[in-house]
Design a binder for this molecule. Structure first.
Ligand SMILES: [Zn+2]
Ligand SMILES: [Zn+2]
Length: 305
């Protein structure tokens, strides 16, 4: 029996399961994007936090998933392959989580390669803008620090701190990197519909990440009509009230419910892993979702495989 079946007895509907209930954290970043933990460290910390299931959702890559699957399997934790894509819908930036992806899917990997190239050229542009305002940062320093294929703004922030141009990551964002600041560069993004299609053709489920942060409630019904599978109702930056709101919306739109901490290790303050608890009842529904069931089951690894 899958250990998470027992979590159906969880009493709370807002991400705070009853003591002893099993839960999942399905939104985690490793050093394969802008997190600071290795996949093995994430798995270990997940175990300490009592997680029964985890997903690795690095930006624009599934590269860390094989290692994380192995580490989770050794610890008896369910693991699903995931990613987080940045997309846009009617000029609004949104983030889409892909779950149960085939990590070898050729179109997915080739699109991700393009997203990674866009990320690199964006770093070059941000550094050029910093240089224009006499901050002598080199792109090579950012890439060396990032040491991954999906470098992003947090890496630029870290490089600015490391080289003594800023005291803290917050200061780096506040002074230079936030939207509208001098070194901010808009990012070319895939359309939300194309992102959903890309995830689907790789056998995955497409889930709207942290809708409360992107203020995109109005687009959820349209996107649901275009194939969106779920909503990340539980997230570190969602209040209990917000989570209830998205649970209601998910029920109304007949969408799946997911949740996760969005832990970036030490890259954005303290590690958040396990701080958001997706009750097992939702995880069970996610696993039982009908689309391309066989494809997805093939990539579930861990205690239940
Ligand atoms: Zn996000
Ligand atoms: Zn994230």
């Amino acid at each position: 029996m899958n250990s998470l079946v027992a979590a159906g007895t969880a009493k709370s509907e807002v991400g705070d399961p009853a003591p002893g209930a099993l839960f999942a954290d399905l939104h985690l970043h490793s050093l394969f994007s802008d997190g600071t933990f290795t996949p093995e460290e994430l798995a270990g910390r997940g175990r300490e936090a009592g997680l029964a299931a985890m997903s690795l959702t690095d930006h624009d890559t599934v590269e860390g998933c094989a290692r994380m699957a192995q580490a989770c399997q050794a610890l008896g934790i369910d693991f699903i392959v995931g990613t987080e894509l940045t997309a846009e819908f009617e000029h609004k930036e949104i983030h889409l989580l892909g779950y149960f992806l085939d990590p070898q899917n050729a179109p997915l990997l080739s699109e991700m390669k393009k997203f990674q190239a866009v990320r690199k050229s964006r770093i070059h542009e941000m550094v050029a803008r910093l240089n224009e305002i006499n901050i002598p940062l080199r792109a090579e320093a950012v890439f060396a620090l990032a040491n991954c294929r999906s470098p992003g703004r947090p890496h630029v922030a870290r490089a600015l701190v490391q080289e003594g141009h800023c005291q803290s990551l917050d200061e780096a964002f506040e002074r230079f990197l936030k939207k509208g600041r001098s070194a901010w560069v808009p990012k070319c993004k895939i359309s939300a519909l194309d992102a959903v299609t890309l995830i689907h053709q790789a056998g995955g489920l497409a889930v709207m990440a942290h809708p409360g942060l992107n203020h995109c409630d109005d687009i959820l019904p349209t996107l649901a009509g275009q194939g969106l599978d779920g909503i990340e109702c539980f997230h570190t930056k969602h209040s209990a009230k917000m989570s209830r709101h998205y649970l209601n919306l998910a029920a109304r739109l007949n969408l799946l419910v997911t949740g996760g901490s969005d832990c970036h290790g030490f890259s954005k303050g303290k590690p958040l892993i396990g701080g958001v608890k997706l009750p097992g009842i939702y995880w069970e529904k996610l696993k039982a979702a009908p689309r391309n069931r066989e494809g997805r089951r093939a990539v579930i690894l861990g205690a239940s495989s």
